[in-house]
Structures are given as structure tokens and as C-alpha cells.
Design a protein around this ligand. Sequence first.
Ligand SMILES: C[S@@+](CC[C@H](N)C(=O)[O-])C[C@H]1O[C@@H](n2cnc3c(N)ncnc32)[C@H](O)[C@@H]1O
Length: 186
Amino acid sequence: MTGHRFPAGEKGRLTAEERRRLQPAEEIVQRMDPSPGEVAADLGCGPGYVTVPLARRVGRVYGVDAQQAMLDALMENVPADLKGKVVPVLGELPRIPLEDHSIDRAVVVNVVHEIENLAQFNIELRRCLKGCGRLSIVDFPKWETSFGPPLSERMSDLEMVAMFPFFQVVRTWRFQEFYQIEMALI
Ligand SMILES: C[S@@+](CC[C@H](N)C(=O)[O-])C[C@H]1O[C@@H](n2cnc3c(N)ncnc32)[C@H](O)[C@@H]1O
């Protein structure tokens, strides 16, 4: 199921108008229902398509990505009034380069299919999240969509949930182009 890493040279596609139409970032963040004081981590943040609107709604967001070019683009895309809220962190998932019990929410948008060793990722999420912490996942359904990885690299929303046994589902939204799952640490 693990696929190829999204190339940094194509990062413009991640903030393109077509994506904004098909997968509106503000609506994704709205469904997360974040609180103003939260500390969040956007894991595999890319150029910050979700990091930026999330930073408007919480106290701090760690933007974690394995590619420095993505983190550079992230900080270029963060407006001046949010600069103090977004912390870029270079790191290779499944290891999460954050302290134990330091975040209220982990956000993983269009990334899980690129991560090797999801069992280890699950353990790392539990280590970094505070009690009752939230996990927000957005990914692609197993049918043809306007963009996204090959069908062979995708998981259905039910297959995705099964990969995170330390979490229980709070709510799932299923759309034509993607699904979003809100989970809570058990
Ligand atoms: C398809 S992009 C999605 C980016 C962003 N979440 C968004 O929705 O625009 C996948 C991102 O995950 C990052 N990524 C993939 N595998 C990773 C890993 N093992 N550790 C950290 N980042 C990773 C890539 O560098 C890329 O920025």
C-alpha cells in the first residue's frame, strides 16, 4: 500500500486552484473542530495547504516533513501574522520528532499512503499525543478521483481505521474526492 513520495518539484499542485475547489482546506479544518489553545502537528505538511488555515484556529502548529524544500515552501506560504504559530520540523515519519505528550492533535492529509511502517506510526502518535488527543486523517477513496495516487496505493476509510488500533472513530465524512476521519486516542 505504501507508495512513492510526492516530489517537492511538484509542490505547486498542492496549493493549486483545482485542489482548493475539490478539497477545500478551510472546510477540512472546520470539520476538525479545533480549539484556540491547541498544539497541533501537521505530519507530512508539504507547502502548508492545511497548516496555514489550521494555524488560524489553534495556538501552535508543528509542520513536519521529510523534504526541506517543502518546509521552505511552507514558511513562504505562512502569512506574517501567523509566523509565530508555525514551527517547521524536518523529520522522517513514522518517527515523529516531537516530545512525549506534547500535542493535542495530529493531522495527516494525503500522506498515510506514503508512510512505511504504519504500526510504528501508530505507536509514535500515541507517544506524542496528550490523553484524549485527536487524530485527523484525510485520504483518497479506492475509486478514481480527479487527482491522487494510483488505486493500488490507496486504503478505504475502513482499512485506514484498522491501521490505527490505539484510536476510536469520532466521525467519518465520505466525499467523492476524499474522506476525512476524526479519531480520538483511546
Ligand atoms: C501528497 S503531499 C501532501 C502534503 C500536505 N499534507 C497537503 O495536504 O498538501 C505528501 C507530503 O508528505 C511528505 N512525506 C511523505 N512521506 C513522508 C515521511 N515518511 N516523513 C515525512 N514526510 C513525508 C512529502 O514530503 C509531502 O510533502
